[in-house]
Design a protein around this ligand. Sequence first.
Ligand code: MRU
Length: 351
Amino acid sequence: MTIPETVRFEGGIDGRLFMIDQTLLPQEFTEILCPTVEVVWEAIKKLRVRGAPAIGIAAGFGVVIGVQPALDKSRAEFDARLAEVIDYLATSRPTAVNLFWALDRLKKVGLNAGAEESPRDVAEKLLAEALQIQSDDRAICRAIGKYGSALIQDGWGVHTHCNAGGLATADFGTALGVCFACAEEGKKIHVYADETRPLLQGARLTTWELMQRGIPVTLICDNMAAQVMREGRVQAAVVGADRIAANGDAANKIGTYQLAIVAKEHGVPFYVAAPKSTFDLSIATGVEIPIEQRDPKEVTCGFGKQTAPDGVDVYNPAFDVTPAKYITGIITEFGVISPVTEENVRKALGE
Ligand code: MRU
């Protein structure tokens, strides 16, 4: 079964960028065209494309789209446009470090270009870099899936939160990649997916992806996690991450931290699955990770139906940080980091 690409670039430097509009799933499967960098920015901001690696991939191609109007201008004008586009895309969302990591890669391509190269030459290199980020992510997710599946036994229940699947990456996923790899190896697992208030990435996207692949999944409300664990329905929890500090503290979708605490109380191993590009070694601990605050209406008026009184005070952080002490292991493309300590993180990442 073929699952379409989350983000798709068609053609050369004058080409076109498409994304699955994830806000419409699961009712509607629609690809949107992103003809300008403003449309790419809006798609990231509004979560049409979301999930740390997919945001990085979208931003890489967003840079290529952003410089298209300057392809036939002078090199100085092209360079100015490139810098402007990169700075602009960096304002779309603050938490997933993959966004800044991808933009940095594209920035370096621009900075390393020779003065004699034309804007079109530089744009070719920018597109090659964006495509490389996407194709690397495919391989990285497969490797994460392989290392992660070794931790999961046949017959286990697996708890997950938010969506860290193909939709959140180039095409296979991190936490869900572990589940997909288990299924490919013939292990029978049963996934419990938190619905993930307030934007329901678990209910709308994770269940959809698992059902597409024929993997048994049960949807639960976020506040059912403790009961599900007490009943012994899950033997492991696997989630993704948006930014991991040098000591292993991991930011992920709001609600992940409480799931980790509940898992510890019930003796359920709690794994974070993430690529190297999600680590931010410039940050010592999770306290320094910027947490995105989102529109209160996502809480009071989710999906068009008002569920709270007008004028109610709302707090809506999109992410939380799980301290390393709650994380049994971090599953990366290089293997599993466990126990999660700064020394082991740095060693695994070759720093
Ligand atoms: O706000 P979102 O939907 O972008 O949040 C996504 C998550 O928290 C994911 O778990 C994380 O980005 C990892 S995706 C492989």
